[in-house]
Design a protein around this ligand. Structure first.
Ligand code: ADP
Ligand code: MG
Length: 512
């Protein structure tokens, strides 16, 4: 065999060129310190913020602190196997999340790994975890309602598509319950729901999934779970993952709703991570940028302009307070960023108001635009009557004798509260809400014992369905015209004549 030196030289040259590319010293670093899921890496001079890094054993890193001579990264996966001296490779990409229709109906972790025991997620598309929110000209005002199916919210604290409405309250006041009911009510509304569970018990997440499946709501829902047992970086990633998944629909001209349950635990995870990478602690030991952390996230929820497809991403962040303290650091921050808040109070909850919404201090800064006209017409009175009732209620506890007018107002208030009460997993269509509230504010319930108000509404609802025309007119016109009111009056009058007030016995009678 004859050797051809020029051929050998060519092969060698090509090999050397390839070798060079692989061993680019600036693309590979060495771990100089590791612990608590944080690695300090030497040699990644060109690393960018939030860049995805590759380590051995399938561990992924996220570059968080870029310091003069090293990079601090948080690690995802089995980081306990990583040792000092191991190599770390840059990927050149900012951390990205798999997104797309393939995720709908699934329970995933923030990196897009299936948690429901089903097949692996096969989505080709990804979106960056951090994405710049659209500017002013790319947006349009919130105008279409996002019906939650909860009477107290849709009537007095209406939420619009693209809005950010905070749900805030102590533990076990029904915050998660509001989220679940809202998801159930989106059936057939063409809204993809993303429920992000941050730092919750894994069994809770399972229960939420089971309930959603039972109500056929997983068909349009993604659950992103970072359970309490997970390391802080995973919990930190969760809301960004949920948001990125929602943005996929937003930028395709569709509608999505994302719930962050809850951002208090997210802030705690971020605090833990920040302290571990030695960022200076500020108020309540949170790092200085914790405000920016949440505003950046919530600004990504928008209603896009028609030129950009008119899609929307609505956000319902949840904050858990301690003993109703809304002036703590994280609650005040998030209150100031959102377009309104729904306050849930434990004293209301235990006094039987469920959902335990304090309507006096809950607001939606979008207001009437997010309500259909029919609801606007009946809800104005409702808010005033309820406010008057709450004031009288406190006052009347001290007065021994009340005049007839005050008693009437108290009686009306109790029936309004009973009208707005609602069990879980039973959202009401908006046209039925309108008729129920119309009947209550027009005094049809004043002589019905409070305990029988729920039965009154159930039966009224059935009778209106049998009648047919009123509900149809409200659904079609979204308005309450004079003719509709006439027909409604006739129907409710007729129903009331046939309504049978049951004899009350024992405690129930004493209570009313
Ligand atoms: N509208 C309601 N009617 C009756 N029970 C409710 C209602 N909303 C919530 N609950 C119950 O209250 C408890 C706490 O609700 P949850 O949503 O888990 O609270 P949180 O998320 O605020 O901790 C649950 O057991 C739930 O079933
Ligand atoms: Mg909860």
């Amino acid at each position: 065999m004859k050797l051809r030196p020029d051929e050998i030289a060519n092969i060698l040259k090509a090999e050397i060129e390839k070798y060079d590319a692989q061993a680019d010293v600036e693309e590979v670093g060495t771990i100089i310190q590791i612990g608590d899921g944080i690695a300090r890496i030497y040699g990644l001079d060109r690393c960018v913020a939030l860049e995805k890094l590759e380590l051995d054993h399938g561990v992924t890193g996220l570059a968080l602190n870029l310091e003069e001579d090293n990079v601090a990264a948080v690690l995802f996966g089995e980081w306990a196997k990583i040792k000092e001296g191991d190599t770390v490779r840059r990927t050149g990409e900012v951390m990205a999340i798999p997104v797309g229709d393939d995720l709908v109906g699934r329970v995933v972790d923030p990196l897009g790994n299936a948690l429901d025991g089903g097949r692996a997620i096969e989505s080709e598309e990804t979106r960056p975890m951090e994405f710049k929110a659209p500017g002013v000209v790319d947006r349009q005002p919130v105008k279409e309602p996002l019906q939650t199916g909860i009477k107290a919210i849709d009537s007095m604290i209406p939420i619009g598509r693209g809005q950010r409405e905070l749900i805030i309250g102590d533990r076990t006041t029904g915050k998660t319950a509001l989220c679940i009911d809202t998801i159930i009510n989106q059936k057939g509304q063409d809204v993809i729901c993303i429920y992000v569970a941050i730092g919750q018990k894994a069994s809770n997440v399972r229960a939420v999934e089971a309930i959603l499946r039972q109500h056929g709501a997983m068909d349009y829902t993604i659950i992103v779970s970072a359970a309490a047992t997970e390391a802080a970086p995973i919990k930190y990633m969760a809301p960004y993952a949920g948001c990125a998944m929602g943005e996929h629909f937003l930028y395709n001209g569709r509608h999505a709703l994302v719930m962050y349950d809850d951002l208090s635990k997210h802030a705690d995870a971020y605090r833990q991570m920040s302290l571990l990478v030695r960022r200076p602690p500020g108020r309540e030991a949170y790092p200085g940028d914790v405000f920016y952390l949440h505003s950046r996230l919530l600004e990504r929820s928008v209603k896009l302009s028609e030129e950009l497809g008119g899609g929307s991403l609505t956000a319902l962040p949840v904050i858990e307070t301690q003993a109703d303290d809304v002036s703590a650091y994280i609650p005040t921050n998030v209150i100031s960023i959102t377009d309104g808040q729904i306050f849930l109070k434990s004293d209301l909850f235990y006094s039987g108001v469920r959902p335990a919404i304090d309507t006096g201090i809950s607001v939606s800064r979008v207001g009437g635009n997010a309500r259909i006209r029919a609801m606007n017409k009946v809800a104005g009175r409702l808010r005033l009557d309820l406010a008057a009732f709450r004031e009288l209620e406190a006052f009347s506890q001290f007065a021994s004798e009340l005049d007839a007018a005050t008693q009437r107002q108290l009686a009306r208030g109790q029936r309004l509260v009973a009208t707005l009460n609602q069990p879980q997993y039973a959202p009401w269509p908006v046209e039925e809400q309108v008729t129920a509230i119309w009947a209550a504010v027009n005094g049809y319930l004043d002589d019905i014992p409070v305990a029988q108000v729920p039965r009154f509404h159930e039966e009224l609802r059935e009778s209106l369905h049998a009648e047919g025309t009123v509900l149809k007119a409200i659904t079609e016109t979204k308005d309450l015209s004079d003719e509709t009111v006439e027909a409604l009056k006739k129907a409710v009058d007729g129903f009331k004549d046939s309504f049978h007030v049951e004899e009350e016995r024992g405690l129930a009678a004493a209570a009313s």
